[in-house]
Design a protein around this ligand. Structure first.
Ligand SMILES: Cc1cc2nc3c(=O)[nH]c(=O)nc-3n(C[C@H](O)[C@H](O)[C@H](O)COP(=O)(O)OP(=O)(O)OC[C@H]3O[C@@H](n4cnc5c(N)ncnc54)[C@H](O)[C@@H]3O)c2cc1C
Length: 451
């Protein structure tokens, strides 16, 4: 499987994911095919996921620039067509209590407000584009996996209310009964904003809007080489080249360390995986997830899940460390066992789909959106880890702004920092393995304490 730390780009021999979304989203929308020959363009965008497509739409619609998107495979072939479908106020993976301690209350509020705007950007996009992406109603629950986690959720409620000024609400285990069942229903933090969609249909809607506005989208066109000539960037693909004044890098967790030395080592590609079960019986629905909201739990190595409209459960969590190991059946089994522990009524339910994708994690676990130092007119964003649906789309509009020569003004200064490089890139996977072991031990300890 494509591994950004090993391969130069996602080539045509990589399989498409065995994803529920791909099987239930109809035909690919039309595009501009493979790039052939040589072109001069104002803005080239590398990567055709939410970030790249959103930047392309915004450039065409808001700034009058017809950008050219170069996507290695098909539109939304990366995370944007593979994710867990939660569109919420999120970005990165720093707990709010840690964020406040590290960066202060003012920065926390500014960052939170930018994330809120991210959700508004997607709501507005779906509405303006009349995108049919099976949007569900709002409501997100962070569920205490153990009784001992309840107090921390209650503290988090106060932090949301008093510092972030957001009406999160603690829900007791009793009140959770008609919403979330099973032995891990100890109470939850309810976040009123956030909903689920079919993420691939959302991306395809964005793709269509971008093309209708004038963007050009070349699929099957990986950037295999990049050289600078004067103030221009020459992006090489197998059958053509693009000479661009501005480049937006929107490859995120799929960024190969070989794409450009200035970008290498700044994100760690982390594999995340999902299973989707066969449809449940009415009795199983009543005993697992009677509600169709979005859920994730309080583990360090957390699980995220929801009931799909046809009564399947989508269940996701951490996965393999390397691409080479990602298809080993034990990873699917890890999710399946966790699902059964959470909802014993699902004993024996079949698994219909299993797939994964590369999310981008930075050293400070926070997202970024900046002009790349040392390169003329190159802009990039990403680093949202497993929670970037809304923020990727939002930051795509900010990349468009910068590529159009305008400043990205935000009080969330943390967003505009270039992420530090990971040290000792050869040992990066070993470090990740050790981090997983440590988090696993912490979760096991919590389980023991709560037993
Ligand atoms: C299993 C999983 C579950 C997730 N669940 C959620 C969730 O529920 N909610 C949430 O908010 N977020 C979730 N995420 C994260 C979210 O999907 C991402 O943050 C978001 O999709 C990133 O979009 P993007 O456009 O920046 O990157 P991507 O969608 O990954 O797009 C990058 C694109 O770059 C292309 N590319 C790479 N190299 C080249 C090259 N050399 N030339 C041309 N093209 C290239 C790739 O083919 C790819 O299509 C999840 C991710 C995964 C994998």
């Amino acid at each position: 499987m494509y591994d950004p730390l090993v391969h130069a780009y996602p080539n045509q021999s990589q399989p498409d994911p065995n994803s529920f979304w791909l099987a239930h989203s109809g035909e690919q929308p039309s595009d501009d095919g493979v790039l052939t020959g040589d072109r001069d363009v104002d803005v080239a965008i590398i990567g055709g996921g939410y970030t790249g497509l959103s930047a392309a739409l915004s450039l065409a619609r808001d700034h009058g620039v017809r950008a050219t998107v170069l996507e290695a495979r098909s539109s939304a072939w990366g995370c944007s067509g593979r994710n867990g479908s939660f569109v919420r106020i999120s970005g990165g993976r720093v707990p709010w209590s840690t964020f406040v301690k590290t960066y202060g209350e003012h920065e926390a509020r500014a960052f939170f407000n930018e994330l809120r705007q991210g959700l508004d950007t997607v709501r507005d996009l779906i509405e303006r584009g009349s995108i049919e992406c099976e949007r569900q109603s709002d409501g997100v629950y962070k569920v205490a996996a153990y009784k001992t986690h309840v107090e921390a959720l209650q503290r988090e409620e106060r932090l949301y209310n008093n510092i972030l000024r957001y009406p999160a609400k603690f829900v007791s285990s009793q009140d959770l009964q008609g919403i979330h069942r099973g032995p891990e229903s100890h109470g939850a933090l309810y976040l009123p904003d956030g909903f689920s969609v079919n993420p691939l249909l959302l991306a395809r809607g964005l793709h269509q809007m971008a093309r209708e506005a004038g963007a050009i989208i070349h699929t099957g066109s990986p950037v295999t080489g990049w050289r600078t000539e004067g103030n221009s960037h020459v992006l090489v693909t197998p059958q053509g080249t693009v000479r661009a004044k501005n480049v937006i890098v929107a490859t995120n967790g799929y960024t190969s360390s070989q794409l450009h030395c200035r970008l290498a080592g700044r994100v760690l590609p982390v594999h995340s995986q999902i299973i989707v079960t066969e449809p449940m019986s009415e009795a199983q629905v009543a005993e697992s997830l009677p509600s169709d909201k979005c859920f994730f739990d309080t583990r360090n190595l957390l699980f995220y899940y929801r009931r799909l409209p046809d009564n399947r459960i989508m269940f996701g969590g951490r996965s393999a460390i390397t691409g080479q190991d990602a298809e080993a059946p034990r990873h699917q089994d890890y999710l399946y066992q966790a699902l059964q522990r959470k909802f014993p009524s699902l004993n024996g339910v079949g698994v219909g789909y299993w797939w994964g994708g590369w999310v981008a994690v930075t050293r400070n676990s926070l997202p970024y959106c900046y002009q790349v130092p040392g390169l003329t007119n190159v802009f990039t964003s990403g680093g949202c880890a497993g929670s970037g649906v809304s923020l990727s789309i939002h930051l795509g509009t900010k990349l468009a702004l910068m590529a159009a020569g305008k400043p990205f003004i935000t009080d969330a200064s943390i967003l505009k920092r270039q992420p530090d490089r990971y040290p000792l890139s050869s040992l990066i996977r070993l470090g990740q393995w050790m981090a997983y072991r440590w988090l696993h031990v912490k979760d096991a300890r919590d389980a023991k304490k709560a037993a």
